[in-house]
Ligand binder design. Sequence first.
Ligand code: AMP
Ligand code: GLY
Length: 437
Amino acid sequence: MVLDSRRRNIVKILVIGGGGREHAIVWKLAQSASVEKIWCAPGNVGIAKDAECVPLDVKDVKAAADLAAKLGADLTVVGPEMPLVLGIADEFERRGLKLLGPAAKAAQLEGSKIFSKEFMQRHEIPTAGVYGVYVEALEAYTALDSVDWPLVVKADGLCAGKGVLVTSSADEATEFVERVMVNGEFGEAGSHVLFEEGLAGEELSYIILTDGKNFIRLAPARDHKRAFDNDEGPNTGGMGVYSIDDILPAALEKTIIETIVRPTLEGLHADGMPYRGFLYFGLMLTDEGPKVLEYNCRLGDPETEAVLLRADFDLAKACMQAATGDLEGFEAKWFPGAGVCVVIASKGYPGDPQTGVEIHGLEDAAKVPGAVVFHAGTRRSGATYYTNGGRVLVVSAMGEDLASARRAAYDAASKIEIEGAHYRTDIGGKAAKHFGD
Ligand code: AMP
Ligand code: GLY
């Protein structure tokens, strides 16, 4: 890091990842006066407009450290969970390279649902009750006779948001257990399965950036996990998000901080797992108060694509200060109004997505005032863009209220043509009615 003539810290940042979340991170970092250079590894063809993309297998944490050292990055910011769970932070620490993200041990909060459940129980953090943990499918089938419904079945490890089933049907639960434990659909991630109590309520994504002691919180957001309108269809990695302040009244936030955030940070400290980075609390707002459904050791995707549009502060500075344990007093301001994002997914997603389909209308979509199109799973050949994954594009927009943000996001999404692709038409729809704008 060097100081320029105005004594402003100028940094070079490497972002790890190559999806819509990383595109949004890069997009926001690129607006920062304190950033001199951004690389993204591996990035994607959309990100390439805002950052220099460098090839990388994100599972190769040694190669990531080699890359950061070779590039001379002052800070590396990690988008996805996989490299964190695989120990990228430990590798960087060992080599004296600065990185924002938790060590592998703490990343187990996301990497193992059993680990995180035990952590919450140990530190008395409100969460759904557990019926049992199973290593044999037969044990799990038998346990189905003595649970209450709806039941939640969770594969222990990382499954890209697809390892959870909420069901009131014993047949469906049996079939899911078979897919996970017998057919090994998620590999090792499905070797252990957890049954837990189904909670009812609205969900809330509450995300903080912490240096281990101090934290700032991101604008509150609500994801839409089911594939289709009206919350129908299977769970996905997330189909769209809205962010408005109305979903987080002050009294609720106080409860979340007192009963969940503080006990989590203190628990991490007590367990010898100091945590620097983004920490995502997936909450269910139940009649008994907020309860944790899951922790993620990173920013949400697609929460980031809606929330960062509302960020009115220097993200690079916040990341650097968190990575150096210096977040005290940092003021994160948020634009009032709303951020909305809509995920355009390939035919077949969240199952086997059809890829290699031409994408039309990107330029028209980007012209819609207030809208930004983030690339998630795309590739380019010459001037033509093609789909290259399940979640293809994330169309985001900001507005002075939820209705105008939704209008802009859906206006932009409607300009994009991809044969067979689908997106939900009701992101933030219920809330727009409820909050009356
Ligand atoms: P998870 O990966 O644990 O967050 O689960 C993914 C999604 O499954 C959550 O966002 C919820 O929509 C749903 N879910 C998870 N756990 C529960 C629960 N205990 N009760 C009701 N829904 C749940
Ligand atoms: N949108 C949910 C997640 O990032 O896990």
